[in-house]
Design a protein around this ligand. Sequence first.
Ligand SMILES: Cc1cc2nc3c(=O)[nH]c(=O)nc-3n(C[C@H](O)[C@H](O)[C@H](O)COP(=O)(O)O)c2cc1C
Length: 180
Amino acid sequence: MPRILLLYASTEGQTALIAERIAQVLRKRAHSVELLPADTDPARLDPAAYDGVMVGASIHYGHHPAYLHKLIRRLGGMIAARPNAFFSVSLSAGGPRPKPYAAQRYIDKFLRKTGWQPHLIASFAGAVKYSVYGPIKRRVMIVFVGLGGGETDTTRDYEYTDWAAVERFAETYAQRLAQA
Ligand SMILES: Cc1cc2nc3c(=O)[nH]c(=O)nc-3n(C[C@H](O)[C@H](O)[C@H](O)COP(=O)(O)O)c2cc1C
């Protein structure tokens, strides 16, 4: 049974949900998946104990989290030595007015800074979760989302993730593992 380490960096929970969906798809294919937050103490992480590694992270203020940069630089060699994949989650990747070039720029910057060249890369639309934001973040998001032509009614949340695309990505990764 292939063992996969799936690390996710999520602030408001959407990347965690996407990681869970990917884990479900892989588990259905009889893979064993260890799903862990990417801010787990790096001393407790041993990518060499797995057949494959996948990492997912969301964008805030134009960046993937700084702690993830450090983690990838630290574990990069071991990650690169096995089938690996990266997915990025943002509002630029989808939603009312997608900006795929911006989503791609975030990914390019992350890969440049970490030196990682994942075997598979995906960019997924995230969500606007007014219900989980504190007052300041809610105000920031009303402006940010409003400027982008999105929904500013804060009485509900908005999910833009294409779940079929997430499942296809998981299937493609499983095929890649099988070929390795
Ligand atoms: C404070 C804040 C800043 C954000 N900045 C960006 C940004 O610069 N570019 C972008 O495309 N999306 C941005 N987003 C959208 C997030 O990437 C999106 O909400 C994603 O679903 C968050 O994933 P998470 O719930 O896993 O943290 C921002 C969201 C928040 C709350």
